[in-house]
Design a protein around this ligand. Structure first.
Ligand code: APR
Length: 233
């Protein structure tokens, strides 16, 4: 493997599947009995805020009962051991990468354990429910929403992601279907910037043909094996 110093890793719902967190497009496109469009859009929140808040309250509570799996643990090991640049860009809103011990993590679709005040723009760590419209810890307004990027909203920290891609020697995509942009386009950006590209997935993603290499299998198996290979140089 030529000299790999800087790595960008993109993770999707597939890396958390074995921790017991449903993927979005696995079980017939229903997201815990709700169509994603009915709960994960600003229009849905406008139309029925209680439905949306209750849905996210349920997921926030469920996530806190889940544990990282060997794939999260392996990426945390790599993060701790890797002397070069390394960035884990996750589309997931769970905190399993962090609970496994990873620190160089960027949540481009937000974080389930944050509440966002639509009045004063403050983001607060939040582990409880929002459906009972609690006051914002900073301004007191009862205007908190999940700090999750909904369809039609801009993903977070895109500049930082593209800056990391510009110096990456290796781009690895783990457990994502390649169905949602801009994340689905990162592999093409990485290739055009000269990086090697690797996909680790249970099944081939929609962008599979853009990868130099694809390794199929469950994340808890293929990710630790890949990390050991990288750390062994
Ligand atoms: N190991 C590895 N990969 C897995 C596993 C597993 N055990 N189980 C499922 N997968 C893979 C599937 O093959 C698929 O490629 O996880 C991916 C799940 O795809 P999606 O459900 O579309 O999840 P994701 O790609 O993260 O969705 C992207 O869409 O709904 C929005 O904002 C949401 O961040 C999400 C984005």
């Amino acid at each position: 493997m030529p000299d790999i110093r800087n790595i960008v890793i993109l993770t999707g719902a597939g890396i958390s599947a074995e921790s017991g967190i449903d993927t979005f497009r696995g079980g017939g496109g229903l997201w815990e009995q709700h169509r994603v469009e009915d709960v994960a859009t600003p229009e849905a929140f406008e139309r029925d805020p209680n439905l949306v808040l209750r849905f996210y309250d349920m997921r926030r509570a469920a996530i806190q009962e889940k544990l990282p799996n060997p794939a999260h643990d392996a990426l945390a090991r790599l993060d701790r051991a890797w002397n070069g640049d390394l960035l884990i860009v996750t589309q997931n809103v769970d905190d399993l990468h962090e609970r496994a011990g990873a620190s160089r993590v960027l949540h481009m679709h937000g974080e389930h354990l944050n509440a966002w005040c639509t009045y004063c723009d403050e983001r607060s760590r939040w582990t409880g429910p929002l459906a009972d419209r609690p006051p914002c810890p900073r301004c007191g307004a009862r205007a908190l929403r999940p700090d999750v990027v909904w369809f039609g909203e801009m993903p977070y920290r895109m500049e930082e992601i593209y800056a990391a891609m510009r110096t990456a020697h290796l781009f690895v995509s783990i457990g994502t279907s390649g169905a949602v942009y801009p994340a689905a386009g990162f592999v093409r950006d990485a290739r055009s910037l000269g990086a090697q590209t690797l996909e680790l997935n249970l099944e081939r993603s929609q962008g599979s043909s853009w990868f130099d290499e694809t390794r199929l299998g469950s994340a808890s198996e293929v990710v630790p094996a890949w990390v050991e290979e990288v750390l062994a140089g």
